[in-house]
Ligand binder design. Sequence first.
Ligand code: CUA
Length: 333
Amino acid sequence: MKRLAAVAVALLLCGCEGMQSSLDPAGDQAGAIRGVFDLMMWVCGFMYLLVVGFLAWALWRGRGRESFEPEATAHDRKLEGALAVWAGIIVVGLTVLITASFFVDRSLASTRNDPNALAVKVTAYQWWWRVEYHDGSTDQWFETANEIRLPAGRTARIQLASNDVIHSFWIPNLSGKIDLIPGRTNWIDITPRREGPYRGQCAEFCGFQHAHMALDVTVVSPAEFEAWRRRQLYEARKPTTPEQAMGKAIFENKPCAMCHRIDGAEAAGRTGPNLTHVASRRTIAAGTLPYSRGALAGWIADPQALKPGARMPAVPLTPQESNALLAYLDSLK
Ligand code: CUA
């Protein structure tokens, strides 16, 4: 029994850690939310123990008694006093909770106007994320999809929009949720502190593939971020083999280029994710599959089998065309 209890407690505590947990904050905003959570746990836990304690006491005192007849009036008066104290404890407890929750909520909602903030724009689509870095002059801007990299210690000011229905942006380790609403712009500030991989997830039901709408989030050191940013600014790699060159031509001439953009290729579609550096990403199809050439092959051959309802159609390709296309895409590091 003791061992079972120890295992249960260990499991409970393990559940608090991880790359998608609001109880394991890695940034200022998530830390503030965790603070409110802890306070609520303590206040509610204290009240719970009081209630259970009094219930046990009442049961113990009433044992063996046969009726519920009221006792002497002197006892009633004592009871009234106790009830007043009880009500007082409740009022104080609730006031503490409301005040803490109000001030943390206001501090999260108020924009910090940090002039050094990293400007990022995230647009939600059914069912993926367009991520644009609007930092510095426009020639320094770039775009990626389904992944966000942030430098530790620097606030990112994220502008949020939706292309179709209401989605919700949520990276539990870094901050609370905020909706992406068609026709409206929302903002959220995120100040990451601890480096590591995290997982974001759409938190508002937005259709069939809502669950497959994840974000690969990585917090890195400022130097690492700068190196990544520079790599993202490059155009896509030029084909280095005849097969890759054939793959590029297929991409440009088949319907692929109508939806996807590859900087440096004749492909400027805006309906789907920008694929300029697709082979450097850790996942494809918004976190549906870990990135690998094989996963990409399966995804291109039959997107509906892997993510039913996804907006991406299957493009008929011969095995030779498919191999060439994969050789090209897999070279886009
Ligand atoms: Cu997007 Cu749920």
